[in-house]
Design a protein around this ligand. Sequence first.
Ligand code: URP
Ligand code: ZN
Ligand code: ZN
Length: 501
Amino acid sequence: MDKLDLLVTGGILVTASDTAPLDIGIRDGKIALLAPPGLLSPSIATKHIDAGGAYITPGGVDTHVHLEEPPLFGGRGRSSDTFETGTRSAICGGTTTVVAFAPQAKSMPSLLEVLRDCHDRARGNCYSDYGFHMLVGNPSPAVLKEFGPLINEEGVSSLKIYMTYEALQLRDDEILDVLCESRGHGITTMIHAENGDVLNWMTRKLEERGLVDPVYHATSRPQIVETEATGRAVALAELVDAPMLIVHVSSPRAAAVIREAQTRGLPLYAETCPQYLFLTRADMAHPGDNGFEGAKCVCSPPPRDGPEDHDGIWLGLQNGTFTVLSSDHCPFMYNDTEKGKKSIISEKYPRGHFKGIPNGIPGIETRLSLVMSEARITMQKFVEVTSANPAKLYGLYPRKGALLPGVSDADLVIWYPEGQLSGAEGLTLTNEMLHHNVDYTPFEGRKLKNWPRYTILRGEVVWDRDGDGLVGKKGYGEFLKRGKSSLPGPRKAGEFDISQF
Ligand code: URP
Ligand code: ZN
Ligand code: ZN
């Protein structure tokens, strides 16, 4: 047998389907073999890592990431992470693949041009592997014609549309156009479900009463704004028999709408994020910094009221309502008065105004450790929602999200053996630990029971926490051409036919 490049022994391998003590042989960037412990001698490999009894999981796949984006999400905010800094942060937190957005604002005539620009920004700069979803703000007839080349030539098999944000909000007829065209090409549509007209009305009413502190961001977007939009999005997808993923679901009530539709057999998928498991409205009411510090947690939909909402979202992970758990990493500096959260502070609004706070929070590096540390889902479910399912839904499986010999890339996270990360107390999360280009984490001070000890991408160690830390190289990350989703698609074969009604 040819020598292996790397042998990892002493680990407990966890995939979405199995948990077993297995040694892992890696050659040419792929999983070469899995073997019972003790069968293989370290001498058959150029390099050997002893996992010491720890869990080993497939590399994280984070399919909701905003990098190097222009102002789109309220006010003047610009992403503070570039492809370089965002993917650097990803691998240090165990995520080996990201799918970022290529954003088309309403004024832009072509998706393919937008995609070319994103390639120019990402090429040669990434630490992790990466792909793109299109973010479609202008679904003109010419743009709809680009869907074929996007999936067939460019390897972009998913797109996101919005029911809110001035720069992006689509009308229902435009949503139907996108769903139909996507269905025809096997593209997965992701949708941001909040009713933009209702939340604009709520915003005006709050403004009239001078209620503009960060916490009123949550007041302007109560659960019903998300639940109504979710129900409408489900109805539109059902009408044209199109698969759809509802992104960043924060509300247990919206989750119930999705579950009901799934129970009827619709190809409906849902995503949630750590902010809806850990943060609450109270975080936006933080009194610090003259009452503005809550802006650090302003994102949309907003974190909800309390533990019962978190429980509802955890339940949705446990019972399969949520297909994927992503970060929705949308990074803005806090102390930046030009492009960050503080860009809304002015003489007129010395304590800011929630409607101009850039919406979004960072979380690409903390996603896996936060959720694993909480131990409210099984390890297999953890792998399913953070790695295997995102790879399946977005056409990367089983190259990513699995550990199949001869097939899967050798992307691994080797965790710490239980109780060995900073003793029984665990680790206290601080922003200084992180590798993003953001001056805060909304999860500051949380206790973590585990953190990636090693991250391995295509057979190369890229993060070695007890050694030199970040050891991956900028530019090692490859663009991933993606195929169609391998999860169930439309219920009826062939073109959608309006005459069926
Ligand atoms: O507040 C958020 N979620 N910002 C990112 C933009 C989006 O809609 O995903
Ligand atoms: Zn969104
Ligand atoms: Zn997002």
